[in-house]
Design a protein. Structure first.
Length: 273
């Protein structure tokens, strides 16, 4: 696929997916949605890619839906996502609950990490929330935005946000659609780190590099799947699956490599599943 509104680069096992409409603060369009899913499918399919960092070009992360798209919905008399019927389906088929826009990231095997370099509103805020980890710069505006457009909470955010920051705080953000800053988001526990602008990407890459070198691909995939599956089931089922996974994964080459590296006091050389 020709990339018109995104950029994609891979270095040392880390992919960077950049939303690329800087003149519009990377506002979201059907084309961007299509490319976004296409690129995450590439991440899942390429064994050389261990994780993906999502960020924005220029001054913004993603300012939400493009205003021209909002106007076109009025002209058309209803919602038109502007996407083709054959959208890529990364992470689909794991659980029925995950087979939906952005929720599909819960079904992906590889970590998705957001580097929030500028304002994130509406669907831009959704993208950040569906990432597994979030790092941001100070002084950046965030908002759910939907209430001021006579819209409902978007893309399952009413399910996700209470699980990230608790019901009381989530209700505040979802019911008011107020603008808040990344400093407050850090206090809420929504962010994993707050960095100076010049350090955001370098810190995010360092964290991601440490993650993929110290933890095996199989363990990352299994842990991520457990985390999001456990949001939908009871604790007994979680324990039972964990025990089954231990029995299975102890037979894999990367378990033997982990023990050998531990005993040899050397970095592991992961083979992957």
């Amino acid at each position: 696929m020709e990339l018109k509104v995104t950029r994609f680069e891979v270095d040392e096992g880390i992919a960077t997916l950049t939303l690329q409409r800087p003149e519009r603060l990377n506002s979201w369009t059907g084309r961007m949605h299509t490319e976004y899913r296409h690129l995450l499918a590439r991440v899942e399919e390429d064994p050389a890619i261990r994780a993906v960092v999502i960020t924005g070009a220029g001054r913004g992360f993603c300012a939400g839906a493009d205003t021209s798209a909002l106007e076109s919905h009025v002209e058309r008399g209803g919602y038109d996502p502007g996407t083709p019927p054959d959208l890529a389906r990364p992470g689909y088929g794991v659980r029925p609950e995950f087979d939906a826009d952005f929720a599909f990231q819960f079904g992906m095997k590889k970590p998705v990490i957001a580097a929030i370099n500028g304002p994130a509103a509406g669907v831009g805020f959704v993208i950040a929330c569906y990432a597994d980890l979030r790092f941001a710069v100070p002084g950046v505006k965030l908002t759910t935005a939907h209430g001021k457009l006579n819209l409902p909470a978007e893309y399952g955010l009413s399910w996700l946000l209470p699980r990230l920051i608790g019901l009381t705080r989530a209700n505040d953000l979802l019911l008011s659609s107020r603008t808040f800053m990344t400093e407050e988001a850090m206090e809420m526990g929504l962010l994993n780190g707050l960095l100076p602008p010049e350090d955001l990407l370098s810190h995010t890459y360092e964290y991601t590099r440490n993650l993929i070198t110290s933890v095996s691909p199989g363990s990352l995939a299994a842990s991520k799947r457990q985390i999001y599956t456990d949001q939908h089931r009871d604790v007994g089922s979680s324990v039972a699956e964990a025990n089954a996974l231990i029995a299975k994964m102890m037979k894999e080459p990367d378990y033997r490599e982990a023990v050998a590296a531990w005993l040899g006091k050397r970095p592991p050389n992961w083979q992957g599943s």
